[in-house]
Design a protein around this ligand. Structure first.
Ligand code: KIV
Length: 279
């Protein structure tokens, strides 16, 4: 499938220029209807590899493939008109070499229409970020807790406490210097997030970081209560749609068993009526 051209979306340089301004708003999306709901409200929408856990029931993001990202990226692109789309590079699609990273990043952008890719890692990924940016691929970096590395980080732990703070600062400096247009900090102490936000000249996007970051991102299914397997501390539930959806499903099941659905309003007569739609 060819890339979907979207005329009004901001680009990576527009996002970079928002450093220190009104906070940037971002959410993840994996489907067209969800992308449509957030398009008017977000500066950029991330097709996150969290899709593996949130929609596919995987126990981590490690099993997410390029094919999954491309399918979800294409779906999200169909729902966006105004917001920029960024797409995650899945585990094992960029770590091997700069050439592998370029090949897969270019494929993600060409086949989905995304305006940038996101990849996880700081100092160790700086060379890859530079390679991609120098070849026309804008990169959103992701440091702090990087979920693709849970097996080496020892789980979903806060990163940058005590003596580890210097390592997170070094990661932030490295990705900014390498040319990332913005950086996501996940699960880092608030004071550290504020310090790095002051120091680096690219917008910082917090998730479990600080209101002082240049923007915020959340997984939409977390904040509307659709994903309830667990709730990280950094998630604010703005709605509880999961229980609402389950109540609707239970009522439907009970109606079907009682033959209370469908009613006359939902069935068709032999002759068309004026109220009937073709839908
Ligand atoms: O995959 C994802 O959803 C993410 C964000 C929450 C930062 O990486």
């Amino acid at each position: 499938m060819s890339a979907t051209a979207r005329k009004k979306a901001p680009n990576a340089e527009d996002i970079r220029a928002r450093k220190g301004g009104t906070p940037l708003v971002s959410l993840t999306a994996y489907t067209t209807p969800m992308a449509q709901l957030m398009d008017a409200h977000c500066d950029f929408v991330l097709v996150g590899d969290s899709v593996g856990m949130v929609l596919h029931g995987l126990s981590s993001t490690l099993g997410v493939t390029m094919e999954m990202m491309i399918l979800h990226g294409q779906a999200v692109a169909r729902g966006l008109n105004k917001a920029m789309m960024v797409i995650d590079m899945p585990f094992a699609s960029y770590e091997e070499s700069t050439e592998q990273a370029f090949r897969n990043a270019a494929r993600l952008m060409a086949e989905t229409g995304a305006g940038a890719v996101k990849l996880e890692g700081g100092v160790e990924m700086a060379e890859t970020i530079r390679f991609l940016v120098n070849r026309g691929i804008p990169v959103l970096a992701h440091i702090g807790l990087t979920p693709q590395s849970i097996n080496t980080l020892g789980g979903y732990k806060v990163q940058g406490r005590a003596e580890n703070a210097d390592a997170v600062v070094a990661d932030a400096r490295a990705v900014a210097k390498a040319g990332a247009f913005s950086v996501v900090f996940e699960k880092v102490p608030q004071v550290l997030a504020d310090r790095i936000t002051e120091e680096v000249d690219i917008p910082t996007i917090g998730i479990g970081a600080s209101a002082g970051c240049d923007g915020q991102i959340l997984v939409v299914e977390d904040m509307v209560g659709f994903f309830t397997a667990f709730k990280p501390k950094f998630v604010k539930r703005y709605a509880e749609l999961g229980p609402l959806a389950e109540a609707a499903i239970a009522e439907y099941a009970s109606d079907v068993r009682a033959r209370a659905f469908p009613t006359d309003a939902h069935v068709f007569s032999e002759q068309p009526t004026t109220a009937e739609t073709t839908a």
